[in-house]
Design a protein. Sequence first.
Length: 491
Amino acid sequence: MKDMAWFAEMEARIPQGEVRTRFAPSPTGYMHVGNLRTALYTYLIARHYGGKFLLRIEDTDQGRLVEGAVDVIYRTMAECHLEHDEGPDVGGPVGPYVQTERRPLYKEYAELLIRKGHAYRCFCEKTESEEDAGNFDRGDDPCRGMSAEESERRAAAGEPYVIRQRIPHEGTTTFHDESFGDITVDNSTLDDQVLIKRDGLPTYNFANVVDDHLMGITHVVRGSEYLSSAPKYNLLYEGFGWPIPKYVHCSPVMRDQHNKMSKRHGDPSYEDLIAQGFLTDAVLNYVALLGWSPRGEQEIFSLDELKEAFELSGISKSPAIFDIEKLRYFNSAYIRAMSPEAFAKVAEPYIRQAVKNPAYDAAAIASLLQQRTEVLTEIPEKLDFFDELPAYGTELFVHKKSKSDEQSSREMLEKVIPLFEALPAWDDESILNVMVKLAEELGVKNAKVMWPVRIAAAGKAVTPGGAVEICRILGREETLRRLRIGLEKLK
């Protein structure tokens, strides 16, 4: 074991005098919504209080690692604008920031805890699952009362062992959570959890306490499922003589009143939501409100506004239900608020799924969609008439509100076609004026002229944009070709 000077040097490295939070995911695949919320809350706490936000990769559970998962973490963090101040890729004063690269540290701190009387070596044969959980039925572990000399002798002889936390038999442990308040448990209900496994790797419960202390973490954000482990964390901090960080336990994100969200049950990850046509900023805004309430009535927040508004007192103890329809509402609000140029950029890949003809301007089509789109994946189905006029029946020309029927529609097309042919310019103003003027001359409402023009141009009852915009984008020749086809159907 290292001498005390080494431990003093480790203490001297710890940054002081600032709020420090960490997002510490396990690279086990996708980024689920609860994970993203944890990342967001830890980021917002750091930024709200002018502190540092760290990324740490917790990869000690080697059996659950998924290839490429670390890349998913980096990519998601970058897309969500959650820039970390310290981490595996950017370095920092308390690295390394990957747990397996910190492996030698944990054994040293476990040995220190043995020296302080708060841990012991256990040489008993247990299954791997028991070692991981430490929750098997037993009385006192036979090794708990072993003398230090005997323990040292057997370890030196090469006997395999785990290192267990020595939980007091008597008394209680009280910890404070920012949302749940003070919680007290009887020590007799806690077990001597494993800190270091037989393979020398730490358990999650030990590694994250050691790392949080050595990285100077002041606020620990995690799911409320870890509330039951918090007393043991407290006892570890106390055993080392370390200050205890502020605990922020977040209640689960639920799919309904009774079930937590789960990839197994088809609930979407962050990547799934983006693939379903949601905007990153809308997802972040909505996720922020899953378990946190701002002061006042504001719902739509930019990330900068969230940094300003986010306070620990707003975090709720109640589970939050993930409502995809509410997310659609947020997404549509974000789409409507975008600049036309920004919307055209994100919409273009979806527009081009349906509109292959490069003669049709994607930005012009996007302008039809922006106020009528909730999620981007709706876009292609709205545009299938541009490349090719769909087959349609003349019943589409019948419309009570515009007082259109097949006969009136035929009459309108007969009059509009020559007027369109004679237009000196093909733009919105010219197209609109000629139809409005015709309606005035005939003594009918504008819709009676425009309805059959739009139906003939698009071959659909529901379209993004009206007759004017669709004709302008199609161009004069294609518009006239389609109006003549419509007229032939009506004859």
